[in-house]
Design a protein around this ligand. Structure first.
Ligand SMILES: *Cc1c(COP(=O)(O)O)cnc(C)c1O
Length: 233
């Protein structure tokens, strides 16, 4: 099997899962967008995915993404999402290529991204990443739920960032349903203050059905489409 056939087959299987999850949840399929996480995989895979109709890609390491996108940039018609941890020093660099930054989690980062986006002359969509796992030592990144309203105000008031909504990763080794239910409640609170911020990015290869059940608008799927990552960090 060629790599293209391999990716097409895996993509079709994931599409089937998303369609079934939407059906079970009574939601239209077009409410849910698939972001394919291409981290650790080469540019050639990204190009094959675009040929196969993928419109959204996700990367979580700034240097790797910049190198991968250096040749020819982000393919036209494709939205690039940054889903990794952010350092304020690197924020500038991310705003050069990312259309969406899903991992905004503190005031200093909002300010740095706003400056970067302004310097690049672009409007960038920002999602606030929420930490849904408050067990000691279990932190998977993100602001605490209590910090979301103030961060949202800051993003909404910035010149070059558009407030898109929320992002979260389910707790490791735990049922994702209660976590994604909590995220849905936080997203509802956010929309009460910022009606335009209606994105919920949740759900990965292992838990996309639960995310769809709880209102996810964006799924971030890597392994189920590209295979096991060559190395873990
Ligand atoms: C790597 C990554 C994913 C994709 O995870 P898979 O289990 O490979 O589907 C999703 N979200 C974030 C934040 C990631 O870093």
């Amino acid at each position: 099997m060629t790599r293209r056939e391999e990716l097409a087959e895996a993509l079709a299987a994931v599409e089937d899962r998303i369609a079934a999850a939407c059906r079970d949840a009574g939601r239209p399929r077009d409410e849910v967008r698939l972001v394919v996480v291409t981290k650790f995989f080469p540019r050639s895979d990204l190009d094959l995915l675009v040929e196969l109709g993928i419109t959204d890609i996700g990367e979580n390491r700034e240097q790797e993404a910049a190198a991968k996108l250096a040749d020819g940039g982000v393919p036209s018609g494709v939205r690039a999402h940054y889903i990794g941890q952010l350092q304020s020093k690197k924020a500038n660099a991310v705003t050069r290529w990312a259309d969406v930054i899903q991992s905004v989690d503190r005031p200093k980062i909002v300010a740095a991204l706003d400056r970067g986006a302004a310097a690049a002359g672009r409007e960038v969509t920002a999602l606030i990443q929420v930490n849904l796992d408050e067990r000691a030592g279990a932190h998977r990144g993100g602001a605490s739920p209590a910090e979301v309203p103030a961060l949202a105000e800051q993003v909404a008031a910035s010149d070059s960032l558009r407030l898109g909504g929320l992002m979260a990763v389910a707790p490791l080794d735990a049922d994702p349903d209660p976590a994604f239910a909590r995220l849905a409640g936080l997203a509802e609170d956010l929309r009460a203050a910022h009606p335009e911020a209606d994105w919920i990015s949740a759900g990965m290869s292992g838990d996309l059905e639960s995310a769809v059940r709880h209102g996810a608008t964006h799924l971030r799927v890597g392994t189920a489409i590209l295979g096991t990552r060559p190395s873990h960090r």
